[in-house]
Design a protein around this ligand. Structure first.
Ligand SMILES: *[C@@H]1O[C@H](CO)[C@@H](O)[C@H](O)[C@H]1NC(C)=O
Ligand SMILES: *[C@@H]1O[C@H](CO)[C@@H](O)[C@H](O)[C@H]1NC(C)=O
Ligand SMILES: *[C@@H]1O[C@H](CO)[C@@H](O)[C@H](O)[C@H]1NC(C)=O
Ligand SMILES: *[C@@H]1O[C@H](CO)[C@@H](O)[C@H](O)[C@H]1NC(C)=O
Length: 403
């Protein structure tokens, strides 16, 4: 039986949340040492069935798909230099931190560029254990194809919810049960969180607070990055009290016992192509069907010279991990063996509607959320129960409803 706490309960917990706002830095991934503390996957994408081979470390370096550029930023990318012939896969990168971060952690991701384009499916996320979704999954940044905005999610076993959307959550709650195939999703409503818009603004910063009181995710386009982040460096601690409202705020109180559903998390960055989100015909075709003669994700994108992947890269000035309460990261003994993170979505059609900014609040409350992701073993799990979701974009003015 799920308890629905009163507004008062939430007010109290919000106050508690504001008490723990000073974080000690425990690790920075940046510059020439960026890749030292990550493991490379070294297999084809057997998790989301994408058309990539995630290279091992030495191949990723020697093939130029993982490197540090002249600006000192780490780059991981999809191969855009070699020709791929059917039915081969295209090379890409997936990396997982050697460390796991416990409840009480905070992560900041500074990105100059995030991969985007037809067939492209990047994610910056965390995972708590080998038997998905035991241990929990936190999707901080995830989007496919030409989506204009980020979509956040938690994935857990049964019993964790996002039923109560705090008034200061900027994003739109789409799915409330974190154990559904979709996870509990929140759509970003701020502009330029993904795609060409994100890059055009000079990128931006994502942050996630993994706290006993809740899971909170922020996004700032470059011009809005808080001064506490601008002024911090590889050794400084950070005060988050002036960060302002978050994009997603999953409160623990009465909805999701964080320590029950989330074990220490490893951070993951990956780029796949097509697969069982970006490549689903229902997802791919409406926005990218004109990419080539067949209208099929793999044929019209992955096959060929790769020049269409010039934007399929992460460029990362730094990722920083912080902790409060003296919790230190735990080195993981063995390379991570991920069973599955399989997202499958489907929707039979889509349409669009333009609404004024002033109507956003009303529109949010009128959202009719439904599952977007359907985890399972392979492409056989297609979520026919998906009846619609919302994607909000461009200055928070354009709403696209996928019916
Ligand atoms: C942080 O730096 C960016 C440029 O990198 C700037 O656009 C932004 O306004 C700065 N934020 C503050 C609060 O000064
Ligand atoms: C980081 O900032 C602190 C305080 O502003 C300063 O004392 C320290 O020297 C800086 N460290 C580096 C590596 O720049
Ligand atoms: C949350 O889960 C932890 C670990 O299972 C448990 O020790 C704790 O009592 C739970 N807290 C609440 C409020 O149920
Ligand atoms: C995916 O491949 C890796 C590396 O070969 C392997 O360890 C893992 O068990 C595979 N996972 C699945 C779900 O097949």
């Amino acid at each position: 039986m799920q308890l629905f706490p009163t507004a008062t309960t939430f007010a109290i917990f919000s106050c508690l949340l504001t008490l723990s706002q000073a974080y000690d830095i425990v690790r920075e991934y940046s510059g020439i040492t960026f890749f030292d503390e990550w493991d490379f996957f070294g297999s084809w994408d057997n998790l989301t069935l994408g058309d990539v081979y995630w290279l091992d470390e030495s191949d990723a370096f020697s093939q130029g798909l993982a490197y540090v550029n002249s600006a000192g930023n780490a780059v991981i990318k999809v191969d855009n230099m070699h020709s791929v012939q059917s039915p081969q896969k295209r090379n890409s990168v997936r990396i997982t931190t050697k460390d796991s971060y416990a409840v009480g952690s905070l992560w900041i991701f500074d990105f100059v560029h995030i991969p985007y384009g037809c067939s492209v499916w990047p994610a910056a996320w965390s995972l708590g254990g080998p038997t998905w979704p035991e241990g929990g999954e936190i999707d901080i940044l995830e989007a496919v194809n030409l989506m204009p905005s980020n979509q956040m999610a938690l994935h857990t076993t049964s019993g964790c919810f996002h039923n109560y959307t705090p008034p200061n959550q900027l994003g739109a709650t789409l799915v409330t049960d974190c154990s559904t195939a979709a996870g509990c999703t929140v759509g970003e409503l701020q502009p330029n969180s993904y795609g060409s818009g994100f890059a055009a603004m000079g990128g931006g910063v994502y942050a996630a607070q993994f706290d006993v009181a809740g899971l909170v995710i922020w996004f700032w386009s470059r011009a809005n990055v808080p001064s506490s982040i601008n002024q911090s460096n590889s050794t400084s601690d950070i005060d988050i009290s002036q960060w302002g409202p978050p994009s997603a705020s999953y409160l623990a109180a009465g909805q999701c016992n964080i320590t029950e559903f989330f074990t220490p998390q490893q951070l993951i960055l990956d780029i796949t192509l097509c697969g069982n989100w970006a490549g689903l015909p229902e997802v791919y075709f409406p926005v990218c069907g004109n990419q080539g003669p067949t209208g099929i994700c793999y044929n019209d994108n992955v096959v060929g010279d790769g020049s269409n992947y010039d934007n399929a890269y992460f460029e990362i000035p730094y990722i920083r991990a912080y902790t409060t309460g003296g919790v230190a990261p735990t080195p993981t003994a063995t390379p991570f063996d991920i069973i599955s993170k399989v997202d499958i979505s489907t929707y039979p059609g889509y349409g669009s509607v333009t609404i004024p900014l002033s109507a956003i609040t009303a529109a949010e409350t009128g959202l009719n959320p439904s599952p977007m992701f359907f985890p399972g073993n392979g492409a056989s799990v297609i979520g026919l129960g998906c009846v619609g979701w919302w994607m909000v974009s461009v200055g928070a003015i354009l709403l696209i409803r996928l019916m």
